[in-house]
Design a protein around this ligand. Structure first.
Ligand SMILES: *[C@@H]1O[C@H](CO)[C@@H](O)[C@H](O)[C@H]1NC(C)=O
Ligand SMILES: *[C@@H]1O[C@H](CO)[C@@H](O)[C@H](O)[C@H]1NC(C)=O
Ligand SMILES: *[C@@H]1O[C@H](CO)[C@@H](O)[C@H](O)[C@H]1NC(C)=O
Length: 427
């Protein structure tokens, strides 16, 4: 099955949008290296593939359009998302199926009817489902499988599953390096990735120093995948429970808490007069600021430090060897903090100290001004703490924030599509 997919790895080209005046960049020119085309010459010139990203805070659909030139070319990506994520329906799996059915409408609109039955559907779930009891997660996956099976699209083997954190980190690294043109036979430089989801956070980079691999903790900190007859060995780790929403829970002391009906979870990272309900992963919590007046950046930093200290490993090498692309909540919160414009999806560069500066402002003005978002202080302080005391980035380290690269979403989804067709043998 895998080898019969379109040979996307031959040449993957991204276009500057769906218009005709397209600017294309060769991301991976392997002409003459790999075997001939896998698709018969009389197939339609355009074909499609659909990847669902079932995350902890939302479900997203990516519909990829490829053009069969001499070699397949990625022409366009249609992207759409729905909140909340599947895990919010842990006790109502049918409703979870309904969100997937709604998103399938996007696929039906994008893919011409005649192509439906040869367009593959794949769904990969991440931290939201990893955090659920196995039986509840399985019930959700079963519902999705039902919706897929009833759909007019192609449903390959293993089309619905939970992806582990190692794959999530590696596939995001592959996506970003494809899109930035760093993943080809001749490239010696690559970029590292920082992905901050709702439930988990990933760091992945290609180390220059042997010591980085050797000094990594035992367990899932080093992973390999096969590509171009060589094996890439990456430093990668996914921290379950350290995504932005899960970190809010821990900061509030609400992780795994019982008695949600009567308990109020307090934090000095919230405005002191603030009190509200807040939901994540299908549960609702009463949260409030600290009425005794403990508020502001310093108090907040001490609180979020508990979520990071002794949990996040600091790699042996970091800023010296890699440019890091930071996306998902890193991008969204940088927009909320006014560090970059939301209209600039290509993103921009910020320094770690910029997050710190905005965190201080958000936290120290919190009591005087009605906050943009009551969680802005907590989120920015957590991001600052994660980068500095967690991974060990310096104040002056420059990060490349991004949402889209060459009009394709910065996420693991494109890498997962490639893996689905080509089995990159992550191990
Ligand atoms: C495509 O080519 C195959 C093999 O040559 C042939 O059997 C098939 O009928 C062709 N299909 C169309 C739609 O022309
Ligand atoms: C990979 O190895 C195979 C078998 O040894 C060889 O035929 C092929 O040319 C190699 N491909 C590359 C990209 O080096
Ligand atoms: C993660 O999943 C991949 C693909 O299914 C598998 O090859 C790998 O061994 C898994 N890694 C871990 C740490 O479970």
């Amino acid at each position: 099955m895998k080898s019969s997919g379109p040979l996307l790895l031959l040449v993957l080209l991204a276009a500057a949008g769906p218009s005709q005046a397209q600017f294309r960049t060769s991301l991976l020119d392997l002409s003459g290296i790999l075997p001939s085309l896998s698709r018969p010459a009389n197939h339609s010139r355009i074909f499609y593939a659909v990847m669902f990203d079932a995350g902890s805070t939302g479900t997203r659909i990516h519909v990829y359009t490829f053009i069969q030139k001499l070699l397949p070319v990625l022409d366009n990506e249609m992207f759409h998302s729905i909140k909340p994520g599947l895990s919010a329906y842990a006790d109502h799996p049918e409703t979870a199926g309904e969100t997937v059915r709604m998103l399938l409408k996007v696929a039906k609109k994008t893919v011409p009817r005649l192509d439906w039955k040869r367009t593959p559907l794949v769904l990969r779930a991440t931290a939201g489902l990893r955090l659920l009891p196995a039986a509840k997660a399985q019930a959700l996956l079963d519902q999705v499988q039902l919706v897929f099976d009833e759909s007019p699209f192609l449903v390959p083997d293993n089309s619905v599953s939970i992806m582990n954190g190692t794959s999530e980190g590696i596939l995001a690294w592959i996506s970003l390096n494809f899109l930035t043109g760093h993943l080809n036979a001749h490239s010696t430089k690559t970029v590292g990735i920082l992905d901050l989801g709702g439930g988990s956070t990933q760091i992945t980079f290609l180390p220059k120093l042997r010591k980085t691999i050797e000094s990594a903790p035992d367990g899932n900190y080093v992973a390999r995948f096969d590509f171009l007859n060589s094996t890439f060995e990456l430093y990668t780790h996914s921290y379950l429970g350290n995504g932005l929403m899960a970190a809010r829970l821990s900061t509030l002391g609400a992780l795994g808490a019982e008695g949600l009906e009567w308990q109020v979870f307090k934090s000095s990272c919230l405005p002191s007069k603030f009190r509200d309900d807040w939901s994540f992963g299908g549960l609702t919590y009463q949260v409030s600021g600290d009425q005794d007046g403990r508020a502001g950046y310093k108090h907040c930093y001490q609180e979020v430090l508990q979520v990071v200290k002794g949990i996040i490993h600091q790699p042996h090498e970091l800023e010296d060897s890699n440019v890091f692309y930071a996306f998902s909540y890193y991008f969204d919160r940088a927009v909320d903090a006014g560090l970059i414009s939301k209209y600039n999806v290509q993103g921009g560069t910020v320094r770690v100290r910029d997050f710190k500066k905005r965190a201080k402002e958000a936290c120290n003005k919190m009591t005087e001004y009605p906050a943009v978002s009551p969680f802005l202080c907590m989120d920015l302080t957590y991001i600052t703490c994660l980068l500095k005391d967690g991974f060990g980035f310096k104040d002056g380290t420059v990060l490349q924030l991004t949402k889209k690269v060459k009009h394709v979403e910065a996420s693991w989804a494109l890498g997962a599509m490639l893996d689905h067709f080509h089995n990159l043998k992550i191990h």
